[in-house]
Design a protein around this ligand. Structure first.
Ligand SMILES: [Ca+2]
Ligand SMILES: [Ca+2]
Length: 435
């Protein structure tokens, strides 16, 4: 199993291996692997995977005007600054090997001459907000070194849309992010851009509600599989809706490393239903070169797609948005102050606050992120259940300050414990909100 992103700058040559054979190379993965650990080199290269027909279509060639609009107006590629050059006139050229050479593909494969600068994909969902996978941007420093590129698509078989500096944005901050396999298997991030992308670009609408997708329903993914210019694949079907957890669903999308973070749309109304995060091996050896791994519609493992609703709900707990939350104000928070010393990572000498949660309710609390939160020193926050078992904790969500988001799997009382890192002294105001 692989995560669907490619390597960052400086690891370009390993791109095909990094995200196919090792989730670690794409930053902390859903599974507990060592971040940034170089994967073992093997003779196998990473590949895209196709289910049934290869439905990947260039934007100009797609027959559906709404999907073309989503690609042209709402889809972004995530790149490192070294992946492109901006000249004095503001015109952008991309620095990356072709798909054929990057992946050692056989000459009969598609899109051989496409360049491969993107390491992940994303979707504009508000004026200055982009939805992507949590493993695509794992830290504030990763945010700082990520560029968000619009207009990365073909206008003809040989032509590319002209990209200028006006189409390139920086990641200013990670607003919400989750990458965990328990209690729910979630992998999402919503990042804030350095400036509004509207009205030049248009946010994609988000699927209403939180109902499971119907098994067999058709979905479309748009993004930069294997790093190449946006492709539209409208031929995927939902294979497993995971209706009991609603954390991710499994579909037969023709998606590859680099599609990580791609918006996945319902074909009924082309709203964003999910975020592409993991999938089957992309490419397989065929003699001395590689070809796309082809599966039947029901074969192989399927591609994993995080439902969009947990990301939007988490966002709306900490910030406002008329488009996403129906209000420009985040919900009001409750606060409690603390001063502490020698808490051994909030396991002793803490200031505690107990709350009651219903199953499925989310508690967010922090010395940062939420309205009214603050802290001095190196804070540490922990959440324990009624049995006294630690169920969540955070040290340094924002520099030295802390933030926890926890969705209760079962109803019960939970106690927030406010303390400091190690034997340190610190103080702060913990803000919390339950939804
Ligand atoms: Ca297909
Ligand atoms: Ca801390």
């Amino acid at each position: 199993m692989r995560t669907m992103c490619r390597s960052g700058a400086g690891r370009k040559l390993m791109a095909s291996l990094l995200c196919t054979l090792s989730v670690a190379a794409c930053g902390p993965a859903p599974e507990p692997t060592k971040p940034e650990e170089a994967p073992p080199a093997t003779g196998t290269t990473g590949q895209p995977v196709v289910y049934g027909t290869d439905n990947r279509t260039d934007v100009y060639a797609h027959t559906n005007a709404t999907l073309r609009a989503r690609a042209e107006q709402s889809t972004v590629a995530l790149m490192s600054p070294s992946d492109f050059t901006v000249n004095s006139a503001g015109n952008v050229t991309f620095n990356a090997p072709t798909l054929g050479s990057a992946y050692g593909l056989c000459s009969n494969q598609r899109f051989l001459n496409d360049l491969t600068p993107a390491f992940c994909s994303g979707t504009l969902i508000d004026d200055d907000l982009v939805l992507t996978a949590g493993h695509c941007i794992t830290s504030a420093s990763a945010c700082s070194s990520t560029r968000v590129v619009f207009n990365f698509y073909r206008t003809s078989a040989t032509g590319m849309k002209a990209v200028t500096s006006a189409d390139i944005f920086s990641c200013q901050s990670i607003v919400v992010r989750k990458q965990e396999s328990s209690p729910l298997n979630l992998d999402y991030a919503i990042i804030k851009l350095d400036r509004a992308a509207t009205p030049r670009f248009v946010p994609a609408p988000i699927r209403a509600g939180n109902a499971p997708l119907a098994v067999g329903s058709k979905v479309t993914v748009i993004g930069s599989g294997s790093g190449i210019p946006f492709k539209i694949d409208d031929g995927g079907s939902v294979r497993n809706a995971r209706a009991s957890t609603l954390d991710f669903f499994v579909a037969s999308t023709d998606t590859f490393g680099g599609n990580s973070g791609s918006g996945v749309y319902e074909n009924t109304d082309y709203t964003v239903a999910g975020i592409l995060v993991r999938g089957e091996t992309d490419y397989v050896a065929n003699g001395s070169c590689d070809i796309v791994n082809t599966c039947t519609e029901t074969g192989c493992r399927g591609e994993d797609i995080t439902y969009v609703r947990p990301a939007v709900s988490a966002y709306c707990l900490v910030a406002g948005s008329l488009r996403l939350c129906g209000t420009t104000n985040p919900p009001p928070t409750t606060t409690f102050a603390f001063t502490a010393t020698n808490t051994n990572n909030a396991t002793q000498n803490t200031t505690d606050k107990t709350v009651t949660l219903a199953a499925g309710q989310t508690l967010q609390f922090g010395t940062c992120t939420l309205t009214g939160a603050s802290g001095t020193g190196d804070t540490y926050l922990r959440l324990v259940n009624s049995a006294g078992t630690s169920v969540a904790n955070n040290d340094d969500s924002c520099s030295l300050l802390s933030f926890v988001s926890y969705t209760a799997p079962t109803a019960g009382t939970y106690t927030m414990r406010a303390g400091c890192y190690s034997s340190n002294s610190c103080s702060g105001t913990v803000a919390y909100v339950i939804q």
